[in-house]
Design a protein around this ligand. Structure first.
Ligand code: G6P
Length: 610
Protein backbone atom coordinates (compact mmCIF):
# COMPACT_ATOMS: atom_id res chain seq x y z
CA UNK A 1 0.00 0.00 0.00
CA UNK A 2 1.51 3.30 -0.72
CA UNK A 3 1.77 6.11 -3.28
CA UNK A 4 3.90 6.10 -6.41
CA UNK A 5 4.88 9.15 -8.40
CA UNK A 6 7.16 9.50 -11.42
CA UNK A 7 8.15 12.38 -13.67
CA UNK A 8 9.94 13.02 -16.94
CA UNK A 9 9.82 16.61 -18.18
CA UNK A 10 11.34 20.04 -18.16
CA UNK A 11 10.49 21.08 -14.58
CA UNK A 12 12.74 20.52 -11.60
CA UNK A 13 11.97 16.81 -11.34
CA UNK A 14 12.84 16.48 -7.65
CA UNK A 15 10.51 19.32 -6.69
CA UNK A 16 7.69 17.99 -8.87
CA UNK A 17 8.10 14.51 -7.45
CA UNK A 18 8.03 15.75 -3.85
CA UNK A 19 4.88 17.79 -4.57
CA UNK A 20 3.31 14.70 -6.16
CA UNK A 21 4.21 12.53 -3.16
CA UNK A 22 2.62 15.07 -0.81
CA UNK A 23 -0.67 14.60 -2.68
CA UNK A 24 -0.32 10.86 -2.18
CA UNK A 25 0.58 10.94 1.52
CA UNK A 26 -3.01 9.93 2.27
CA UNK A 27 -1.92 6.44 1.12
CA UNK A 28 0.69 6.18 3.88
CA UNK A 29 3.41 8.23 5.57
CA UNK A 30 5.67 5.74 7.32
CA UNK A 31 8.60 6.62 5.07
CA UNK A 32 9.32 8.10 1.66
CA UNK A 33 12.02 8.10 -0.96
CA UNK A 34 13.07 9.05 -4.47
CA UNK A 35 15.43 7.63 -7.05
CA UNK A 36 16.79 8.96 -10.31
CA UNK A 37 19.74 8.70 -12.63
CA UNK A 38 22.62 11.14 -12.54
CA UNK A 39 25.74 10.87 -14.67
CA UNK A 40 24.90 7.25 -15.47
CA UNK A 41 24.55 6.23 -11.81
CA UNK A 42 21.51 5.48 -9.71
CA UNK A 43 20.91 8.00 -6.95
CA UNK A 44 18.42 7.33 -4.20
CA UNK A 45 17.45 9.24 -1.08
CA UNK A 46 15.10 7.82 1.54
CA UNK A 47 13.86 8.92 4.93
CA UNK A 48 11.84 7.40 7.72
CA UNK A 49 8.60 9.16 8.68
CA UNK A 50 6.75 11.93 6.89
CA UNK A 51 7.75 13.46 3.54
CA UNK A 52 9.05 16.57 5.29
CA UNK A 53 11.97 14.42 6.57
CA UNK A 54 12.81 13.44 2.99
CA UNK A 55 12.60 17.07 1.93
CA UNK A 56 15.08 18.06 4.63
CA UNK A 57 17.55 15.44 3.42
CA UNK A 58 17.18 16.52 -0.20
CA UNK A 59 17.63 20.21 0.61
CA UNK A 60 21.11 19.41 1.87
CA UNK A 61 22.07 18.05 -1.53
CA UNK A 62 20.82 20.46 -4.24
CA UNK A 63 19.84 17.52 -6.38
CA UNK A 64 18.85 17.27 -10.02
CA UNK A 65 17.51 13.96 -11.20
CA UNK A 66 15.72 13.06 -14.40
CA UNK A 67 13.82 10.85 -14.81
CA UNK A 68 12.67 10.38 -11.25
CA UNK A 69 10.46 7.93 -9.33
CA UNK A 70 9.20 8.47 -5.79
CA UNK A 71 7.26 6.65 -3.13
CA UNK A 72 5.40 7.25 0.12
CA UNK A 73 4.96 4.09 2.21
CA UNK A 74 2.49 2.47 4.56
CA UNK A 75 4.46 -0.38 6.09
CA UNK A 76 3.25 -3.91 5.36
CA UNK A 77 6.36 -6.13 5.17
CA UNK A 78 8.96 -4.87 7.58
CA UNK A 79 9.01 -2.04 10.07
CA UNK A 80 8.75 1.62 9.13
CA UNK A 81 12.48 2.24 8.75
CA UNK A 82 14.71 3.93 6.21
CA UNK A 83 16.02 0.52 5.21
CA UNK A 84 12.57 -0.69 4.28
CA UNK A 85 11.64 2.57 2.55
CA UNK A 86 11.26 2.51 -1.25
CA UNK A 87 12.80 2.77 -3.85
CA UNK A 88 14.42 -0.67 -3.59
CA UNK A 89 17.62 -1.20 -5.50
CA UNK A 90 18.94 -4.58 -6.65
CA UNK A 91 22.22 -5.85 -5.21
CA UNK A 92 24.15 -4.93 -8.40
CA UNK A 93 22.82 -1.36 -8.04
CA UNK A 94 21.48 -1.25 -11.59
CA UNK A 95 17.81 -0.46 -11.07
CA UNK A 96 15.33 1.02 -8.57
CA UNK A 97 11.72 -0.04 -7.98
CA UNK A 98 8.78 1.64 -6.23
CA UNK A 99 5.77 -0.54 -5.51
CA UNK A 100 2.21 -0.32 -4.28
CA UNK A 101 0.44 -3.57 -3.37
CA UNK A 102 1.43 -6.90 -1.88
CA UNK A 103 3.42 -9.76 -3.39
CA UNK A 104 1.78 -12.81 -1.82
CA UNK A 105 4.53 -15.27 -2.81
CA UNK A 106 7.47 -13.03 -1.88
CA UNK A 107 8.79 -15.57 0.62
CA UNK A 108 9.31 -18.39 -1.87
CA UNK A 109 10.75 -15.95 -4.44
CA UNK A 110 13.15 -14.62 -1.84
CA UNK A 111 14.28 -18.14 -0.97
CA UNK A 112 14.83 -18.84 -4.68
CA UNK A 113 16.93 -15.69 -5.10
CA UNK A 114 18.93 -16.37 -1.94
CA UNK A 115 19.81 -19.78 -3.35
CA UNK A 116 21.30 -17.87 -6.29
CA UNK A 117 23.50 -16.00 -3.79
CA UNK A 118 21.54 -12.78 -4.06
CA UNK A 119 21.57 -10.92 -0.78
CA UNK A 120 18.74 -8.74 0.52
CA UNK A 121 18.96 -5.41 2.29
CA UNK A 122 15.37 -5.01 3.46
CA UNK A 123 12.49 -7.05 4.89
CA UNK A 124 10.08 -5.92 2.15
CA UNK A 125 8.24 -7.92 -0.48
CA UNK A 126 9.19 -5.17 -2.95
CA UNK A 127 12.89 -5.96 -2.90
CA UNK A 128 12.04 -9.32 -4.45
CA UNK A 129 10.80 -7.42 -7.53
CA UNK A 130 13.98 -5.42 -7.99
CA UNK A 131 16.20 -8.48 -7.47
CA UNK A 132 14.10 -10.60 -9.84
CA UNK A 133 14.19 -8.03 -12.63
CA UNK A 134 17.96 -7.73 -12.25
CA UNK A 135 18.28 -11.52 -12.21
CA UNK A 136 16.36 -11.84 -15.50
CA UNK A 137 17.97 -8.83 -17.17
CA UNK A 138 20.08 -9.58 -20.24
CA UNK A 139 19.95 -6.20 -21.96
CA UNK A 140 16.19 -6.02 -22.54
CA UNK A 141 14.44 -4.48 -19.53
CA UNK A 142 10.92 -5.06 -20.83
CA UNK A 143 11.55 -8.77 -21.24
CA UNK A 144 13.11 -8.97 -17.76
CA UNK A 145 10.14 -7.18 -16.26
CA UNK A 146 7.67 -9.37 -18.12
CA UNK A 147 9.38 -12.54 -16.88
CA UNK A 148 9.28 -11.13 -13.36
CA UNK A 149 5.58 -10.27 -13.57
CA UNK A 150 4.77 -13.82 -14.62
CA UNK A 151 6.34 -15.06 -11.36
CA UNK A 152 4.57 -12.62 -9.04
CA UNK A 153 1.37 -13.49 -7.20
CA UNK A 154 -0.60 -10.67 -5.64
CA UNK A 155 -1.41 -7.11 -6.59
CA UNK A 156 0.95 -4.38 -7.60
CA UNK A 157 1.62 -1.14 -9.35
CA UNK A 158 5.31 -0.59 -9.95
CA UNK A 159 7.61 1.96 -11.54
CA UNK A 160 11.24 1.24 -12.38
CA UNK A 161 14.31 3.12 -13.54
CA UNK A 162 17.44 1.39 -14.83
CA UNK A 163 20.86 2.96 -15.29
CA UNK A 164 21.20 1.53 -18.82
CA UNK A 165 18.10 3.54 -19.84
CA UNK A 166 18.75 6.98 -18.38
CA UNK A 167 15.80 8.64 -20.14
CA UNK A 168 13.11 6.13 -19.32
CA UNK A 169 10.66 4.99 -16.66
CA UNK A 170 9.02 1.62 -17.07
CA UNK A 171 5.79 0.82 -15.23
CA UNK A 172 3.40 -2.10 -14.78
CA UNK A 173 0.25 -2.89 -12.86
CA UNK A 174 -2.00 -5.72 -11.70
CA UNK A 175 -5.14 -4.85 -9.70
CA UNK A 176 -3.57 -1.69 -8.23
CA UNK A 177 -4.30 1.60 -9.95
CA UNK A 178 -1.56 3.30 -11.92
CA UNK A 179 -2.34 6.40 -13.97
CA UNK A 180 -0.06 7.68 -16.70
CA UNK A 181 -0.45 11.25 -17.88
CA UNK A 182 1.21 13.01 -20.78
CA UNK A 183 1.28 16.33 -22.48
CA UNK A 184 3.00 16.31 -25.90
CA UNK A 185 3.52 20.05 -26.19
CA UNK A 186 5.32 20.32 -22.87
CA UNK A 187 6.87 16.87 -23.32
CA UNK A 188 5.80 15.95 -19.78
CA UNK A 189 5.17 12.40 -18.64
CA UNK A 190 3.77 11.67 -15.18
CA UNK A 191 3.01 8.47 -13.34
CA UNK A 192 0.90 8.27 -10.21
CA UNK A 193 -1.16 5.89 -8.10
CA UNK A 194 -3.87 8.52 -8.26
CA UNK A 195 -4.38 11.05 -11.09
CA UNK A 196 -5.61 13.56 -8.52
CA UNK A 197 -1.93 14.03 -7.71
CA UNK A 198 -1.52 15.66 -11.17
CA UNK A 199 -2.70 18.92 -9.60
CA UNK A 200 -3.15 21.93 -11.82
CA UNK A 201 -2.20 20.18 -15.09
CA UNK A 202 -3.89 19.47 -18.40
CA UNK A 203 -3.00 15.97 -19.42
CA UNK A 204 -4.14 12.97 -21.40
CA UNK A 205 -4.44 10.14 -18.91
CA UNK A 206 -4.75 6.37 -19.16
CA UNK A 207 -4.59 3.54 -16.64
CA UNK A 208 -2.49 0.39 -16.71
CA UNK A 209 -4.09 -2.92 -15.79
CA UNK A 210 -3.81 -6.72 -16.21
CA UNK A 211 0.00 -6.92 -16.29
CA UNK A 212 0.31 -4.24 -18.96
CA UNK A 213 3.71 -2.58 -19.21
CA UNK A 214 4.32 1.05 -20.17
CA UNK A 215 7.71 2.15 -21.48
CA UNK A 216 7.80 5.88 -20.98
CA UNK A 217 10.33 8.34 -22.31
CA UNK A 218 10.33 11.92 -23.51
CA UNK A 219 9.70 10.96 -27.15
CA UNK A 220 6.91 8.43 -26.73
CA UNK A 221 4.97 6.11 -24.47
CA UNK A 222 4.63 2.52 -25.60
CA UNK A 223 2.17 0.18 -23.90
CA UNK A 224 2.54 -3.60 -24.13
CA UNK A 225 0.17 -6.33 -23.05
CA UNK A 226 1.15 -9.39 -21.01
CA UNK A 227 2.46 -11.03 -24.25
CA UNK A 228 4.58 -7.96 -25.00
CA UNK A 229 2.43 -7.02 -28.01
CA UNK A 230 1.94 -3.26 -28.41
CA UNK A 231 -1.56 -2.00 -27.55
CA UNK A 232 -3.38 1.30 -27.89
CA UNK A 233 -4.85 2.63 -24.64
CA UNK A 234 -7.96 4.76 -24.49
CA UNK A 235 -7.05 8.09 -22.93
CA UNK A 236 -9.16 10.62 -21.05
CA UNK A 237 -8.62 14.34 -20.84
CA UNK A 238 -7.58 15.23 -17.33
CA UNK A 239 -7.96 18.87 -16.58
CA UNK A 240 -7.20 19.75 -13.01
CA UNK A 241 -7.64 23.25 -11.72
CA UNK A 242 -7.49 21.98 -8.17
CA UNK A 243 -4.89 23.23 -5.77
CA UNK A 244 -3.94 21.57 -2.51
CA UNK A 245 -6.25 22.78 0.29
CA UNK A 246 -4.84 24.81 3.16
CA UNK A 247 -5.86 24.84 6.84
CA UNK A 248 -7.31 28.33 6.40
CA UNK A 249 -6.29 29.41 9.88
CA UNK A 250 -7.43 26.26 11.69
CA UNK A 251 -4.83 24.45 13.75
CA UNK A 252 -5.54 21.14 12.02
CA UNK A 253 -7.22 19.95 8.83
CA UNK A 254 -9.48 17.82 11.02
CA UNK A 255 -10.86 20.86 12.83
CA UNK A 256 -11.29 22.75 9.57
CA UNK A 257 -13.15 19.78 8.07
CA UNK A 258 -15.38 19.44 11.15
CA UNK A 259 -16.34 23.09 10.82
CA UNK A 260 -16.94 22.76 7.07
CA UNK A 261 -19.84 20.39 7.64
CA UNK A 262 -22.83 22.75 7.51
CA UNK A 263 -21.52 23.65 4.07
CA UNK A 264 -20.59 20.17 2.85
CA UNK A 265 -23.93 18.69 3.96
CA UNK A 266 -25.66 21.47 2.05
CA UNK A 267 -23.53 20.72 -1.03
CA UNK A 268 -24.42 17.03 -0.89
CA UNK A 269 -28.10 18.04 -0.95
CA UNK A 270 -27.92 20.87 -3.45
CA UNK A 271 -29.97 20.17 -6.57
CA UNK A 272 -30.86 16.71 -5.30
CA UNK A 273 -34.39 17.17 -4.02
CA UNK A 274 -37.75 18.42 -5.16
CA UNK A 275 -39.83 20.17 -2.51
CA UNK A 276 -42.94 19.94 -4.68
CA UNK A 277 -42.75 16.19 -5.03
CA UNK A 278 -41.24 15.47 -1.63
CA UNK A 279 -38.55 13.31 -3.18
CA UNK A 280 -34.89 13.23 -4.19
CA UNK A 281 -33.47 13.92 -7.65
CA UNK A 282 -30.45 12.15 -9.09
CA UNK A 283 -29.82 13.26 -12.65
CA UNK A 284 -26.84 10.97 -13.11
CA UNK A 285 -28.32 7.78 -11.73
CA UNK A 286 -27.83 5.22 -14.51
CA UNK A 287 -30.57 2.94 -13.19
CA UNK A 288 -34.13 3.17 -14.44
CA UNK A 289 -36.98 3.60 -11.96
CA UNK A 290 -38.21 0.17 -13.10
CA UNK A 291 -34.87 -1.39 -12.11
CA UNK A 292 -34.92 0.39 -8.76
CA UNK A 293 -38.53 -0.57 -8.10
CA UNK A 294 -37.69 -4.19 -8.78
CA UNK A 295 -34.96 -4.10 -6.11
CA UNK A 296 -35.77 -6.55 -3.32
CA UNK A 297 -32.48 -6.48 -1.50
CA UNK A 298 -29.69 -3.95 -1.08
CA UNK A 299 -26.17 -4.90 -0.13
CA UNK A 300 -23.96 -2.05 1.08
CA UNK A 301 -20.22 -2.62 1.10
CA UNK A 302 -17.60 -0.36 2.64
CA UNK A 303 -14.81 -0.12 5.22
CA UNK A 304 -14.15 1.97 8.32
CA UNK A 305 -16.13 5.17 8.64
CA UNK A 306 -17.78 4.54 5.28
CA UNK A 307 -19.12 1.26 6.66
CA UNK A 308 -20.60 3.15 9.62
CA UNK A 309 -22.31 5.53 7.18
CA UNK A 310 -23.47 2.48 5.23
CA UNK A 311 -24.96 0.90 8.37
CA UNK A 312 -26.93 4.06 9.07
CA UNK A 313 -28.00 4.13 5.41
CA UNK A 314 -29.13 0.49 5.72
CA UNK A 315 -31.38 1.40 8.66
CA UNK A 316 -32.84 4.32 6.69
CA UNK A 317 -33.48 2.14 3.64
CA UNK A 318 -35.23 -0.48 5.77
CA UNK A 319 -37.22 2.02 7.84
CA UNK A 320 -38.18 4.39 5.05
CA UNK A 321 -38.24 2.28 1.89
CA UNK A 322 -38.92 -1.08 3.59
CA UNK A 323 -36.22 -2.80 1.49
CA UNK A 324 -34.19 -5.46 3.22
CA UNK A 325 -30.71 -3.96 3.41
CA UNK A 326 -27.48 -5.29 4.78
CA UNK A 327 -24.30 -3.27 5.36
CA UNK A 328 -21.26 -5.53 5.15
CA UNK A 329 -17.61 -4.89 5.89
CA UNK A 330 -15.91 -5.29 2.51
CA UNK A 331 -12.95 -7.34 3.76
CA UNK A 332 -15.40 -9.91 5.19
CA UNK A 333 -17.92 -9.90 2.39
CA UNK A 334 -15.48 -10.83 -0.33
CA UNK A 335 -14.76 -14.17 1.31
CA UNK A 336 -18.41 -14.94 2.05
CA UNK A 337 -19.69 -15.95 -1.37
CA UNK A 338 -22.40 -13.27 -1.11
CA UNK A 339 -25.92 -14.08 -2.25
CA UNK A 340 -26.68 -11.80 -5.18
CA UNK A 341 -29.89 -12.26 -7.09
CA UNK A 342 -31.37 -10.45 -10.09
CA UNK A 343 -33.01 -7.91 -7.86
CA UNK A 344 -30.06 -7.16 -5.57
CA UNK A 345 -28.57 -3.69 -5.77
CA UNK A 346 -25.04 -3.30 -4.47
CA UNK A 347 -23.98 0.07 -3.06
CA UNK A 348 -20.25 0.59 -2.53
CA UNK A 349 -19.30 3.53 -0.33
CA UNK A 350 -15.82 5.01 -0.20
CA UNK A 351 -14.48 8.47 0.47
CA UNK A 352 -11.30 7.79 -1.51
CA UNK A 353 -12.71 5.40 -4.09
CA UNK A 354 -9.48 3.41 -3.73
CA UNK A 355 -9.89 1.19 -0.65
CA UNK A 356 -8.57 -2.18 -1.83
CA UNK A 357 -11.01 -4.31 0.18
CA UNK A 358 -14.00 -2.34 -1.09
CA UNK A 359 -12.77 -2.62 -4.69
CA UNK A 360 -12.17 -6.36 -4.27
CA UNK A 361 -15.69 -6.84 -2.84
CA UNK A 362 -17.13 -4.80 -5.73
CA UNK A 363 -15.33 -7.07 -8.20
CA UNK A 364 -16.66 -10.16 -6.41
CA UNK A 365 -20.22 -8.78 -6.55
CA UNK A 366 -19.81 -7.83 -10.22
CA UNK A 367 -18.57 -11.31 -11.04
CA UNK A 368 -21.93 -12.52 -9.70
CA UNK A 369 -23.76 -10.14 -12.01
CA UNK A 370 -24.50 -7.33 -9.55
CA UNK A 371 -24.98 -3.74 -10.64
CA UNK A 372 -22.91 -1.33 -8.55
CA UNK A 373 -23.94 2.07 -7.30
CA UNK A 374 -20.87 3.90 -6.01
CA UNK A 375 -21.09 6.64 -3.39
CA UNK A 376 -17.74 8.38 -3.62
CA UNK A 377 -16.07 11.65 -2.71
CA UNK A 378 -12.89 11.64 -4.82
CA UNK A 379 -13.42 11.75 -8.57
CA UNK A 380 -11.37 9.76 -11.15
CA UNK A 381 -10.87 6.78 -8.87
CA UNK A 382 -10.96 3.02 -9.29
CA UNK A 383 -14.41 2.81 -7.70
CA UNK A 384 -15.87 5.50 -9.94
CA UNK A 385 -14.48 3.66 -12.97
CA UNK A 386 -15.79 0.28 -11.85
CA UNK A 387 -19.27 1.35 -10.72
CA UNK A 388 -22.27 1.26 -13.06
CA UNK A 389 -23.40 4.56 -11.62
CA UNK A 390 -21.93 6.99 -9.11
CA UNK A 391 -23.30 9.54 -6.67
CA UNK A 392 -20.69 12.05 -5.57
CA UNK A 393 -20.43 13.65 -2.13
CA UNK A 394 -18.90 16.90 -3.46
CA UNK A 395 -17.37 17.45 -0.01
CA UNK A 396 -14.03 18.59 -1.46
CA UNK A 397 -10.73 16.92 -0.58
CA UNK A 398 -10.67 15.46 2.92
CA UNK A 399 -7.08 15.73 4.13
CA UNK A 400 -7.30 14.65 7.76
CA UNK A 401 -6.88 10.88 7.97
CA UNK A 402 -9.70 10.79 10.49
CA UNK A 403 -12.82 11.12 8.35
CA UNK A 404 -15.42 13.68 9.43
CA UNK A 405 -17.07 15.66 6.64
CA UNK A 406 -17.10 12.68 4.26
CA UNK A 407 -19.12 10.73 6.86
CA UNK A 408 -21.89 13.31 7.17
CA UNK A 409 -21.99 13.79 3.39
CA UNK A 410 -22.30 10.02 2.93
CA UNK A 411 -25.24 10.01 5.35
CA UNK A 412 -26.80 12.86 3.38
CA UNK A 413 -26.54 11.07 0.03
CA UNK A 414 -27.86 7.88 1.64
CA UNK A 415 -30.76 9.76 3.25
CA UNK A 416 -31.71 11.19 -0.13
CA UNK A 417 -31.37 7.79 -1.80
CA UNK A 418 -33.52 6.18 0.91
CA UNK A 419 -36.12 8.91 0.36
CA UNK A 420 -36.02 8.31 -3.40
CA UNK A 421 -36.48 4.55 -2.98
CA UNK A 422 -39.26 5.10 -0.42
CA UNK A 423 -41.13 7.51 -2.70
CA UNK A 424 -40.83 5.04 -5.61
CA UNK A 425 -42.65 2.57 -3.37
CA UNK A 426 -45.15 3.40 -0.72
CA UNK A 427 -44.10 6.71 0.89
CA UNK A 428 -46.64 9.51 0.42
CA UNK A 429 -45.73 12.93 -0.92
CA UNK A 430 -46.60 14.45 2.48
CA UNK A 431 -44.30 12.08 4.35
CA UNK A 432 -41.57 12.71 1.78
CA UNK A 433 -41.95 16.47 2.26
CA UNK A 434 -41.85 16.09 6.04
CA UNK A 435 -38.60 14.11 5.80
CA UNK A 436 -37.07 16.69 3.46
CA UNK A 437 -38.07 19.47 5.86
CA UNK A 438 -36.09 17.75 8.61
CA UNK A 439 -33.13 17.09 6.34
CA UNK A 440 -32.98 20.71 5.20
CA UNK A 441 -32.72 21.82 8.84
CA UNK A 442 -29.57 19.71 9.38
CA UNK A 443 -26.96 22.34 8.35
CA UNK A 444 -28.42 24.65 11.04
CA UNK A 445 -28.58 21.83 13.57
CA UNK A 446 -24.89 21.13 12.91
CA UNK A 447 -23.99 24.83 13.11
CA UNK A 448 -25.62 25.01 16.52
CA UNK A 449 -23.46 22.17 17.86
CA UNK A 450 -20.33 23.73 16.37
CA UNK A 451 -21.09 27.06 18.02
CA UNK A 452 -20.87 25.35 21.40
CA UNK A 453 -17.47 23.76 20.73
CA UNK A 454 -15.93 25.36 23.81
CA UNK A 455 -18.30 23.43 26.04
CA UNK A 456 -17.12 20.18 24.41
CA UNK A 457 -13.53 21.33 24.82
CA UNK A 458 -13.95 21.60 28.58
CA UNK A 459 -15.67 18.19 28.74
CA UNK A 460 -12.72 16.80 26.75
CA UNK A 461 -10.32 18.17 29.36
CA UNK A 462 -12.17 16.30 32.08
CA UNK A 463 -12.51 12.99 30.21
CA UNK A 464 -9.00 12.96 28.70
CA UNK A 465 -7.66 11.70 32.04
CA UNK A 466 -9.25 8.26 31.44
CA UNK A 467 -7.66 5.49 29.37
CA UNK A 468 -10.64 3.29 28.47
CA UNK A 469 -14.17 4.19 27.37
CA UNK A 470 -17.46 2.61 26.46
CA UNK A 471 -19.51 4.39 23.79
CA UNK A 472 -23.13 3.25 24.00
CA UNK A 473 -26.21 3.82 21.91
CA UNK A 474 -29.27 2.04 20.53
CA UNK A 475 -30.69 1.84 16.98
CA UNK A 476 -29.39 4.86 15.02
CA UNK A 477 -27.29 5.78 18.02
CA UNK A 478 -25.64 2.35 18.08
CA UNK A 479 -23.78 2.91 14.80
CA UNK A 480 -23.23 6.51 15.84
CA UNK A 481 -21.50 5.22 18.97
CA UNK A 482 -19.29 2.92 16.86
CA UNK A 483 -18.22 5.82 14.67
CA UNK A 484 -17.69 8.07 17.71
CA UNK A 485 -15.50 5.44 19.39
CA UNK A 486 -13.52 4.99 16.16
CA UNK A 487 -12.80 8.75 16.05
CA UNK A 488 -11.40 8.69 19.58
CA UNK A 489 -9.29 5.55 18.96
CA UNK A 490 -7.85 6.86 15.71
CA UNK A 491 -6.50 10.15 16.93
CA UNK A 492 -6.02 9.87 20.70
CA UNK A 493 -4.84 6.21 20.84
CA UNK A 494 -7.22 5.61 23.76
CA UNK A 495 -9.20 2.40 24.05
CA UNK A 496 -12.81 3.17 23.11
CA UNK A 497 -15.40 0.44 22.57
CA UNK A 498 -18.60 1.22 20.74
CA UNK A 499 -21.40 -1.10 21.84
CA UNK A 500 -25.17 -1.51 21.55
CA UNK A 501 -26.32 -0.28 24.97
CA UNK A 502 -28.77 -3.16 25.42
CA UNK A 503 -26.05 -5.73 24.91
CA UNK A 504 -23.52 -4.74 27.55
CA UNK A 505 -25.35 -6.69 30.23
CA UNK A 506 -24.36 -9.82 28.30
CA UNK A 507 -20.71 -9.58 29.22
CA UNK A 508 -19.04 -6.19 28.74
CA UNK A 509 -20.66 -4.81 31.90
CA UNK A 510 -18.00 -6.81 33.77
CA UNK A 511 -15.55 -4.09 32.71
CA UNK A 512 -17.56 -1.24 34.19
CA UNK A 513 -15.87 0.58 37.07
CA UNK A 514 -15.31 4.19 38.19
CA UNK A 515 -12.23 4.13 35.95
CA UNK A 516 -14.21 3.44 32.80
CA UNK A 517 -16.48 6.26 31.63
CA UNK A 518 -19.52 5.66 29.46
CA UNK A 519 -20.19 8.08 26.63
CA UNK A 520 -23.92 7.70 26.04
CA UNK A 521 -25.75 8.65 22.85
CA UNK A 522 -29.36 9.23 23.83
CA UNK A 523 -30.85 10.95 20.78
CA UNK A 524 -32.82 7.98 19.40
CA UNK A 525 -36.38 8.69 20.58
CA UNK A 526 -37.71 5.20 19.89
CA UNK A 527 -35.28 3.65 22.36
CA UNK A 528 -34.95 6.57 24.76
CA UNK A 529 -36.59 4.83 27.76
CA UNK A 530 -34.50 1.75 27.18
CA UNK A 531 -31.17 3.57 27.17
CA UNK A 532 -32.12 5.28 30.43
CA UNK A 533 -32.36 1.80 31.96
CA UNK A 534 -28.96 0.85 30.52
CA UNK A 535 -27.42 4.02 31.96
CA UNK A 536 -28.82 3.21 35.39
CA UNK A 537 -27.16 -0.21 35.14
CA UNK A 538 -23.72 1.29 34.51
CA UNK A 539 -24.20 4.13 36.98
CA UNK A 540 -24.99 1.72 39.78
CA UNK A 541 -21.61 0.07 39.05
CA UNK A 542 -19.79 3.38 39.37
CA UNK A 543 -19.18 4.41 35.74
CA UNK A 544 -18.82 8.14 35.13
CA UNK A 545 -21.31 9.08 32.39
CA UNK A 546 -21.12 11.76 29.73
CA UNK A 547 -24.38 11.86 27.77
CA UNK A 548 -25.23 13.44 24.44
CA UNK A 549 -28.95 14.00 24.66
CA UNK A 550 -31.57 16.17 22.94
CA UNK A 551 -32.83 19.27 24.72
CA UNK A 552 -35.63 18.37 27.09
CA UNK A 553 -34.34 14.86 27.91
CA UNK A 554 -34.20 15.80 31.59
CA UNK A 555 -34.25 12.23 32.87
CA UNK A 556 -30.74 11.87 31.44
CA UNK A 557 -29.55 14.74 33.60
CA UNK A 558 -30.64 12.86 36.70
CA UNK A 559 -28.40 9.92 35.76
CA UNK A 560 -25.40 11.32 33.88
CA UNK A 561 -22.49 13.24 35.39
CA UNK A 562 -22.34 15.52 32.38
CA UNK A 563 -24.77 16.22 29.56
CA UNK A 564 -24.16 17.95 26.27
CA UNK A 565 -27.53 19.07 24.90
CA UNK A 566 -28.23 18.49 21.24
CA UNK A 567 -30.67 20.31 18.96
CA UNK A 568 -33.60 18.00 18.18
CA UNK A 569 -34.20 16.09 14.96
CA UNK A 570 -35.87 12.83 13.89
CA UNK A 571 -34.29 9.44 14.71
CA UNK A 572 -33.16 8.81 11.12
CA UNK A 573 -31.11 12.03 11.19
CA UNK A 574 -30.06 12.06 14.84
CA UNK A 575 -26.59 10.90 13.85
CA UNK A 576 -25.71 14.39 12.60
CA UNK A 577 -25.72 16.41 15.85
CA UNK A 578 -24.44 13.47 17.91
CA UNK A 579 -21.58 12.75 15.51
CA UNK A 580 -20.48 16.36 15.24
CA UNK A 581 -20.34 16.54 19.05
CA UNK A 582 -18.39 13.26 19.14
CA UNK A 583 -15.95 14.44 16.47
CA UNK A 584 -15.24 17.55 18.54
CA UNK A 585 -14.86 15.47 21.70
CA UNK A 586 -12.31 13.18 19.99
CA UNK A 587 -10.47 16.17 18.52
CA UNK A 588 -10.16 18.01 21.83
CA UNK A 589 -9.18 14.88 23.78
CA UNK A 590 -6.45 14.21 21.18
CA UNK A 591 -5.31 17.80 21.58
CA UNK A 592 -5.05 17.30 25.32
CA UNK A 593 -2.97 14.19 24.62
CA UNK A 594 -0.74 16.02 22.14
CA UNK A 595 -1.05 13.38 19.42
CA UNK A 596 -0.53 13.95 15.69
CA UNK A 597 -4.12 14.68 14.83
CA UNK A 598 -4.09 14.95 11.05
CA UNK A 599 -1.79 12.01 10.42
CA UNK A 600 -2.12 9.61 13.37
CA UNK A 601 0.43 6.86 13.84
CA UNK A 602 0.02 3.62 11.85
CA UNK A 603 -2.92 4.87 9.77
CA UNK A 604 -3.44 5.90 6.17
CA UNK A 605 -6.27 7.83 4.61
CA UNK A 606 -6.77 5.24 1.92
CA UNK A 607 -5.90 1.62 2.54
CA UNK A 608 -4.84 0.22 -0.81
CA UNK A 609 -3.82 -3.25 0.35
CA UNK A 610 -6.27 -6.05 1.09
C1 G6P B 1 -9.03 4.17 6.20
C2 G6P B 1 -9.27 5.56 6.76
C3 G6P B 1 -10.69 5.67 7.32
C4 G6P B 1 -11.69 5.30 6.24
C5 G6P B 1 -11.41 3.91 5.67
C6 G6P B 1 -12.26 3.65 4.44
O1 G6P B 1 -8.99 3.25 7.23
O2 G6P B 1 -8.31 5.86 7.75
O3 G6P B 1 -10.92 6.99 7.74
O4 G6P B 1 -12.97 5.34 6.77
O5 G6P B 1 -10.05 3.81 5.25
O6 G6P B 1 -11.88 4.54 3.44
P1 G6P B 1 -12.75 4.95 2.21
O7 G6P B 1 -11.88 5.89 1.43
O8 G6P B 1 -13.03 3.69 1.46
O9 G6P B 1 -13.98 5.60 2.70
Amino acid sequence: MCGIFGYIGTENAVKTCIEGLKQLAYRGYDSSGIAGIRKGQLVSIKAEGKIVNLEKKIQLKDLELAPIIGHTRWATHGIASENNAHPHIDSKETLAVVHNGIIDNFDSLRTFLKQKNISFRSETDTEVISQLIAYHYEGNLTVALNKTLSLLKGSFAIAIIHKDFPNQIIAASRESPLAIGYNHTKKERLISSDPNAFLGRNLNVFYLRNDEIAVINRQKIEVLDAHLSPIIKKTEKFNSTLTFPTKEGYEHFMLKEIFEQPNTIQKAMLGHYSENFGTAIFDNLNFSNQELMATRHILIIACGTSWHAGSIGASMLEDMARISTQAEIASELRFKNPIISDNTLVIAISQSGETADTIAAVREAKAKGAKILGIVNAQNTTLTRESDSCLFLKAGPEISVCSTKAFTSQITVLALFALYMARLRHMSKEDGKAFLDELKKIPDVVTEVLQRHEQIQSLAKKYSTFHDFFFLGRRYMHTTSLEAALKLKEISYLNANGYPAGEIKHGPIALISPKLPVIAFCANHQTYDKILGNLMEVKSRGAPILAFAPYGAHEVQEIADDVFWLPPTIDELATYPSSIAAQLLAYYIAKEKGTEIDQPRNLAKSVTVQ
